[in-house]
Design a protein around this ligand. Structure first.
Ligand code: ARG
Ligand code: GLU
Length: 695
């Protein structure tokens, strides 16, 4: 047994030499295709991405711009994570209909719940437009001139694209502005909630288990795409019909074993794999600690209030999850960077780069880049932190200050005439309405008192007593005034009077200095990326994540994070019961699930060993945005749903290490089991295509 494990580890290291990377789906032919097949895939590059025929990519939708989802039936049934649909589930919940606590299952199409603003976007095709975008850009241009040129070129390219009237286009920069791709997209706006397990399944383990293996969360929810009668995108209408997709993923009932091929297909948000050591140092030593401290202070207040009141629990569930998620990730990221000696190792790699420059006689061209970057990051840190703290407090965490920030934009719009003002009024009113829908003055004031001291000595909680903006009616009384009147009343509001000097400082001092320094760093990094690819040739350069569609592939694998510890790659329902704490807000288990466990009523969803699988690990290189991404088997069938990474691997956005970085997926058999056995929503099982690829 021990020998076997050593052999496995040895194999994992051997094989992982070809893993890591988030690849552009239209460029898989050759190296990636070969790698995938070596890992066990039976798929061709064209099975994954094809312009002329339907392919896997047609089933993959960008979910509301931040997560991934996939179509799993010919009637537009859409699978994503519970935490991706959390905002929607929360917004349909109330004390009477507590879908967070009890789950939600539509019994028929009519019961499926529309979601204002929610959209899903598919990729129609991808084209390399680097030459056209960079046309006329020269080395002697300033960063600003270059930007103006590439912007102009991009607009021209997009207006000349051949596409259907209902499709959109965008151009994105890759490799820090060394390559550009055009995307033709199709966006659906009528997306309805179909099903969600209770939070005690969908978010089982909550913050304690978040970012951690072993994991036992059924992190999934179901939606449906609706289209007009011609099967085209349309705004919500009760006359819309279920969307007929170009492709949907069949669902495998055969499960996974260690070593099986896995492909994760989705929309990873941001990675920074090619940063100089100086930047990693700035992020982990300055930026992360200050963000962690602010969020920790805010969470202390929110968590306590949520535990004390069901109403507040429902109101703040989604906001708390968002704040806590990044907070914990930054902590893990810092630990991982430290433990892996990432900064020292990056410095070593930089020394190699410098040596290679000398050897290739490229010192005069590129030799200044690293020393210059180091200098600039040092000068950048103070303003970067200051700006980050502002955004953290005035945009992301305190809602009263967030409203003031919005209102200042509306005040500015008033200067630009009635049209601009009316547009700003519309969007500010909507925003404030949605903030106040789930707002509790005591919670927000508590957060204010806890986090404001990170920014200023001038902390004045009395503004909460006298402001008009903690109440929709009094807020609207100001918002509905004529521009001149609005400005006067707004400036007389104590919360606005308090916030305004900070906001002015932000716009006049902080933001300009930040932008200036940031632009200079970006320009250097564009050069550095180019130099790196030229001087240290390596066919495995992949572009950083930028919220575009990517493929990452690997295998089902455990990992050994530290001495004497080896983590198995599969978790089971037994583990849910091991963690069960009756009545606990994180580890309670619904009675029905306990009963199914006791009677071992797993149906056809059990593993060969008779146990019910819950989650599994893979060597796929993922990041935020890959949530809800399908895990696909060697034949193109759905085997799982990506939702997280392991604790020791959260550093992978800056320092991917194939030995310990693992992504966490829900086993699709657990998803099916919850839908079928737990919820009895068999109508949904019936519309899927269940397959047996291994038999
Ligand atoms: N860490 C995962 C992600 O980055 C899951 C977050 C949702 N789960 C939670 N307990 N908040 O989104
Ligand atoms: N949970 C993350 C998300 O929402 C994905 C996991 C990760 O960051 O790797 O996108």
């Amino acid at each position: 047994m021990k020998l076997l494990k050593i052999l496995f580890l040895f194999l994992a290291i051997q094989v992982s030499a070809q893993q890591g990377g988030m690849w552009i789906p239209s460029l898989l032919q050759g190296m990636n295709e070969n790698d995938m097949q070596a890992l066990g895939s039976k798929l061709s590059a064209k099975d994954i991405y094809d312009v002329n025929h339907s392919s896997l990519k047609d089933a993959i939708g960008h979910f509301n711009g931040g997560c991934t989802s996939e179509v799993i039936s010919k009637k537009g049934l859409l699978l994503t994570n519970h935490h991706c649909g959390f905002g929607q589930i929360q917004s349909h919940s109330s004390l009477e209909h507590d879908y967070l606590k009890d789950g939600f299952w539509a019994e028929n199409y009519e019961d499926e719940l529309p979601n204002n603003g929610l959209y899903v976007e598919f990729i129609v095709r991808i084209e390399d437009v680097t030459t056209q975008v960079l046309e006329g850009v020269t080395d002697t241009m300033t960063a600003k001139e270059k930007q103006a040129k590439t912007d102009g070129n991009s607009n021209r390219i997009q207006s000349a694209v051949t596409k259907e009237a209902w499709q959109d286009t965008k151009i994105k920069s890759f490799f820090k502005g060394n390559q550009y791709f055009l995307f033709v997209t199709e966006r659906f706006n009528d997306i309805r909630l179909v099903g969600a397990p209770p939070t005690s399944i969908g978010k089982f383990g909550s913050d304690t288990d978040n970012w951690v293996w072993p994991r036992h969360t059924g992190d999934f929810s179901l939606f449906r795409i609706y289209a007009d009668k011609k099967n085209r995108p349309a705004a919500y209408s009760k006359d819309n019909v279920p969307y007929k997709p170009k492709h949907f993923l069949p669902v495998s009932l055969d499960g996974i074993s260690e070593g099986d091929f896995t492909l994760v297909f989705g929309f990873p948000g941001t990675t920074q794999e090619y940063l100089p050591a100086a930047a990693i140092k700035e992020i982990t030593e300055d930026l992360n600690p200050s963000n962690i401290a602010i969020r920790e202070a805010a969470l202390k207040v929110i968590d306590a209030q949520m535990k004390a009141s069901d109403e507040i629990r429902i109101q703040y569930a989604s906001k708390q999850a968002r704040i806590a998620n990044a907070w914990k990730k930054w902590i893990g990221e810092n630990l991982g960077i430290k433990k892996s000696n990432a900064i020292a190792k990056r410095k070593e790699a930089e020394a190699e780069f410098t040596k290679a420059l000398k050897k290739k006689n490229l010192e005069s061209q590129y030799g200044h880049l690293l020393p210059e970057l180091e200098k600039q990051y040092e000068a950048f840190a103070p303003i970067d932190i200051k700006r980050n703290n502002f955004v953290e407090i005035f945009v992301r965490t305190n809602e009263l200050m967030g409203m003031m920030f919005r209102l200042s934009q509306m005040e500015n719009a008033a200067i630009n005439g009635d049209d601009a003002f009316n547009v700003a009024r519309e969007s500010t009113k909507n925003r404030i309405k949605s903030v106040l829908k789930d707002f509790n003055v005591d919670v927000d004031q508590g957060v204010f008192e806890a986090i404001m001291p990170f920014y200023t000595d001038n902390v004045d909680p009395s503004i909460y007593k006298h402001t008009a903006f903690t109440n929709l009616e009094s807020a609207n009384a100001i918002l509905d005034s004529a521009p001149g009147d609005f400005i006067e009343k707004l400036n007389a509001d104590p919360a606005y009077a308090y916030a305004k000097p900070f906001i002015i400082e932000f716009y006049t001092k902080i933001e300009p200095e930040f932008q200036e320094k940031n632009t200079a760093i970006n320009a250097l990094e564009t050069e550095y990326m180019k130099a790196l690819m030229e001087v240290v040739p390596n066919e495995r350069y992949y572009p950083d994540a930028n919220s575009t569609l990517r493929v990452t592939y690997g295998q089902v694998r455990g990992y050994a994070p530290r001495d004497a510890v080896y983590y198995e790659p599969v978790s089971y329902l037994d583990g849910v019961m091991e963690k069960y704490i009756p009545g606990d807000y994180e580890f309670d288990v619904p009675q029905k699930l306990q009963d199914l466990y006791t009677s071992k009523d797993f149906g056809r969803y059990a593993d060969a060993n008779g146990k019910l699988p819950v989650c599994f690990l893979g060597t796929n290189h993922t990041t935020g945005g890959n949530s809800g991404s399908p895990a696909i088997d060697a034949h193109g069938n759905l085997i799982g749903l990506n939702f997280d990474r392991v604790w020791e691997g959260t550093m992978s956005d800056m320092n991917y290490d194939p030995e310990i970085c693992r992504n966490i997926m829900v086993d699709v058999r657990y998803v099916l089991f919850v839908i079928d056995k737990y919820a009895g929503a068999t109508r949904l099982i019936k519309e899927m295509k269940l397959v047996h690829p291994k038999k």
